[in-house]
Design a protein around this ligand. Structure first.
Ligand code: NDP
Length: 247
């Protein structure tokens, strides 16, 4: 159990794999009630069962973050099952690496829809509730690619990660008096994210780049650090990389 994590209700989007799943397990072990959203219900079910079997508390709801109504339903699930929401972790994401001249326009649109609009829909679903409650914590998963353009091939992905970093900082300006906002910028982490690139040369280069990747629980610990601070302390940004990573 951890002092300012135990008893909190934490919503996590993209919780079916990678950072989201690792963060769910870690926070649940520290006493949070976790509310898990993603599209793959079989994985969410299995994760919730694991967390419950280990003595934790979890609820799930099928969530496609490109559908604003799904985010509303995820928040309603949290309220129905656990009675409140303390933290929203906007984590769901897609990384489709390819040079612009490959013209993968449909992948640009999917990244914008999932990585940017999905984050905004999450904010929209929770913000009125946090404002009425007078407290809350938005955690946004950006990337080191949101601080530095990832190349070759990361132009649009970086664009989405710069965007959510800006949105999170703007949100802090607007609601910072009572509501905490944290942006996490991870480097290479070993997850399913590299499967999102259909461009063959980029996928091969990514495979090489990700040989240095660190485990997903590294990010889970960073998230826990942000949440466990006393309410008067807002950890605004955390950048973490594999020690050997240059980019
Ligand atoms: P994964 O591919 O393992 O996880 C991505 C998650 O997002 C899955 O749970 C997937 O669930 C979910 N997701 C994708 N599309 C949607 C959608 N339309 N609606 C709801 N959920 C969706 O990768 P990571 O864990 O690495 O990625 C998590 C976040 O971390 C992303 O935002 C990523 O950009 C960011 N990040 C990752 C880094 C890394 O090196 N791994 C580095 C920096 C940032 P499902 O398919 O079941 O819907």
């Amino acid at each position: 159990m951890s002092q300012n994590i135990a008893g909190k209700v934490v919503i996590i989007t993209g919780a079916s794999s990678g950072l989201g799943a690792a963060t769910a397990r870690h926070l649940a072990a520290l006493g949070a009630s976790v509310v898990l959203g993603a599209r793959r219900m079989d994985l969410l079910n299995a994760l919730a069962e694991d967390i419950t079997a280990a003595g934790g508390k979890a609820a799930i709801a099928r969530t496609d973050v490109t559908q604003a109504a799904d985010l509303t339903r995820l928040v309603e699930t949290a309220l129905a099952v656990f009675g409140k929401v303390d933290v929203l972790i906007n984590n769901a994401g897609l990384m489709a690496i390819a040079p612009l001249d490959a013209l993968k326009v449909d992948e640009w649109e999917r990244m914008i829809d999932i990585n940017i609009k999905g984050v905004l829909y999450g904010i929209a679903a929770v913000l009125p509730y946090f404002k009425a409650q007078g407290s809350g914590h938005f955690i946004t998963i950006s990337s080191v690619a949101g601080a530095k353009v990832f190349s070759p091939g990361g132009t649009v992905y970086s664009g989405t990660k710069f965007a959510v970093r800006a949105i999170s900082e703007g949100l802090r300006h607007e609601v910072g008096g009572a509501i905490r906002t944290t942006t996490i910028l991870p480097g290479a982490v070993d997850t399913e994210l590299t499967n999102g690139s259909s461009h063959a040369d980029s996928a091969t280069a990514l495979k090489e780049f990700y040989k240095q990747a660190i485990p997903a629980d590294s990010v889970a610990r960073a998230v826990a650090y942000a949440i466990e601070q006393p309410d008067g302390v807002d950890i605004n940004e955390i950048v973490l990389r594999p020690t050997v990573q240059e980019f």
